[in-house]
Design a protein around this ligand. Structure first.
Ligand code: GDP
Ligand code: IMO
Ligand code: MG
Length: 432
C-alpha cells in the first residue's frame, strides 16, 4: 500500500479530474498542492458532470477528506462560489471534509486585475501568455516576494493592516506605472474581512494533519493541476503557469516529505492539446486537428477557449516521465482516435538539420523544431466505454504498446470515456 501522486504529463487537461475521482474511491484523503482556480477538472458520474477548479476532485465522494495545501493560491471569492455551486449539485462541504492550509497564499482582486492589465497590454505587442486571467501569476509573485496575505492572516487583525500596507506599496507602484487607479488600504481590508468568516472555518495546520493521518495509515492521493510542460522550470517558458507542476511539488506544496509520495501516475492524453500561447510542435491546423477538437470536446473548462490539438508527442511525454519520476501512466481519451485511417506519433525532432530526442529549453529553438513521426495504422471500431483489453481492437492495443515503449513507462490505467467507470485497470497504483 502506498500513496499516489497524479500529475499531468502534457500541457494540462489530460483528464486528471476523471482519474483522481476514479482513484479516490481507494483513498482517504485527496490533496491539491499547487496552482489555483486556473485548473478546470471535469468529472462525470452517472451522467452528471461536476466541474472543479480549486477544490480537490475527491470532495464529491462522501467520506473522503479534501485538502488544499500550502502550495495552492486560494482566491477566497472563487472558493466560496465553488462551494456554493457544488452544494447546489448535492455535494456536502464542511470542515468535516475540507481543510485549507493556514499558510496558503490568498489571491486578491488586485492580482486578478494585474493579470488582466498585463495580458491586455501584451496583446497589443503580441507577447501575451494567454493566461486564464485568474491572478495566479501575480499571487505567486507576491508569495515569493514575501508580501503575500495568507489564510492565517485573516484571523490576525493586529498584523493584517501592516501586511496590507506592504502589499499595496508594491501594487500601487505598479498600478501607477500602468496608468490605472490605485487601490486603497480600506478597500483591501474590507475585501479581506468580508470573506474571513467563510474561509477561516476550513483552516488547518495541514502538514500536521497529514503527518498524523499518515502515521495512522491513511491513503493519500495528491491531485496535480496543469501539466509538466506548463511547469515554471521544466515547461515551455515563458508560456507556462507560475508554479512547479511536477510531482516533486506534491511534497513541498503539502508539507509531506518526498518519501511519502509513493506511486507517480502521469495522466496522459492519447493525443496532445494546449490552451493559450506557446510552442506546440505536433499541432495540427488541418481537418484532423479539427476532428480531434470536435470529437474530444476540446474547449477549456475555465475560460471556454478552444484547445489547440495535435498528434501524440512521445518525446515530450518521455521528458515528463523523467522530470516527474513517473512510475506509470493513465492513458486517456483513446476513444477520440477511433475512426482515423492512420495515426502519427512524434518520436523526436529535427532542429537546424540535426536530429534530437528532446525539446530544447530555448524559446527560439522550441519554435523551430520539426517533429519526426512514426506512422501507425488506425482502427475503425469504437472503443468508447471499453472496460477491458478484450474490448479493444488489435490496432488500438498496438498504439498503446507503442506509446509505452516510446515514453519508457507502462500504462496502469486506460480511460475510454468521460464516465467514471469507463476505465480499464491494469495496475492498481495504490497497491504497486
Ligand atoms: P483535467 O484538467 O486534466 O482534469 O482535464 P479536463 O477535465 O480539463 O479535460 C478532460 C476532458 O476530457 C473532460 O471533459 C473529461 O470529462 C473528458 N475525458 C476524460 N477522460 C476521457 C476519455 O477517456 N474519453 C473521453 N472521450 N473524454 C474523456
Ligand atoms: P488543468 O488543471 C490547461 C495555461 C493557460 C496559459 C498558461 C498560464 O485543467 O489541466 P495561468 O492562468 O496559469 O497563469 O496561465 O497556463 N493553463 C492551463 N492549461 N489546463 C490547465 O489546468 C491550465 N492552467 C493554466 O492557458 O497558457
Ligand atoms: Mg482542465
Amino acid at each position: 500500500m502506498t500513496n499516489v501522486v497524479v500529475v499531468g504529463s502534457q500541457w494540462g487537461d489530460e483528464g486528471k479530474g476523471k482519474i483522481v475521482d476514479w482513484l479516490s474511491e481507494r483513498a482517504d484523503i485527496v490533496v491539491r498542492y499547487q496552482g489555483g482556480h486556473n485548473a478546470g477538472h471535469t468529472l462525470v458520474i452517472d451522467g452528471t458532470s461536476y466541474k472543479l477548479s480549486l477544490l480537490p476532485s475527491g470532495v464529491v465522494r462522501p467520506g473522503k477528506m479534501a485538502v488544499i495545501g500550502n502550495g495552492v493560491v486560494v482566491d477566497p471569492h472563487a472558493l466560496i462560489a465553488e462551494i456554493e455551486k457544488l452544494e447546489k449539485q448535492g455535494v456536502k462541504i464542511s470542515p468535516e471534509n475540507l481543510r485549507i492550509a493556514d499558510n496558503a497564499t490568498l489571491i486578491l482582486s488586485l492580482h486578478r486585475e494585474l493579470d488582466a492589465f498585463r495580458e491586455d497590454a501584451a496583446s497589443n505587442s503580441g507577447t501575451k501568455i494567454g493566461t486564464t486571467r485568474r491572478g495566479i501569476g501575480p499571487a505567486y509573485e507576491d508569495k515569493v516576494g514575501r508580501r503575500a496575505i495568507r489564510v492565517m492572516d485573516l484571523a490576525d487583525l493586529d498584523t493584517l493592516p501592516g501586511k496590507v500596507d506592504r502589499i499595496l506599496t508594491h501594487h500601487n507602484a505598479l498600478r501607477r506605472g500602468l496608468g490605472v487607479a490605485e487601490v486603497s488600504h480600506d478597500t483591501i481590508m474590507t475585501e479581506l474581512t468580508s470573506i474571513a468568516d467563510r474561509v477561516l472555518p476550513y483552516r488547518d495546520t495541514v502538514w500536521l494533519f497529514l503527518d498524523k493521518e499518515r502515521r495512522k495509515g491513511a491513503r493519500i492521493l495528491f491531485e496535480g493541476a496543469q501539466g509538466s510542460l506548463l511547469d515554471i522550470d521544466h515547461g515551455t517558458y515563458p508560456f507556462v503557469t507560475s508554479s512547479n507542476t511536477v510531482a516533486g511539488q506534491a511534497a513541498a506544496g503539502s508539507g509531506m516529505g518526498p518519501g511519502s509520495l509513493g506511486y507517480i501516475l502521469g495522466i496522459t492524453k492519447a493525443y496532445t492539446t494546449r490552451v493559450g500561447e506557446g510552442p506546440f510542435p505536433t499541432e495540427l491546423h488541418d481537418d484532423i486537428g479539427q476532428f480531434l477538437g470536435e470529437k474530444g470536446h476540446e474547449f477549456g473548462t475555465v475560460t471556454g477557449r478552444k484547445r489547440r490539438c495535435g498528434w501524440f508527442d512521445a518525446a515530450l511525454v518521455r521528458q515528463s516521465v523523467a522530470t516527474n519520476g513517473i512510475t506509470g501512466i493513465a492513458l486517456t481519451k483513446l476513444d477520440v482516435l477511433d475512426g482515423l485511417d492512420e495515426l502519427k506519433i512524434c518520436v523526436g525532432y529535427k532542429l537546424d538539420g540535426e536530429q534530437i530526442d528532446h525539446l530544447p529549453a530555448s524559446q527560439g529553438a522550441q519554435a523551430r523544431v520539426e517533429p519526426i513521426y512514426l506512422t501507425l495504422e488506425g482502427w475503425k471500431e469504437s472503443t468508447v466505454g471499453a472496460r477491458s483489453w478484450a474490448d479493444l481492437p488489435a490496432q488500438a492495443i498496438k498504439y498503446v504498446r507503442q506509446v509505452e515503449e516510446l515514453i519508457g513507462a507502462p500504462v496502469a490505467l486506460l480511460s475510454t470515456s468521460p464516465e467514471r467507470d469507463d476505465t480499464i485497470l491494469v495496475t492498481d497504483p495504490f497497491e504497486d
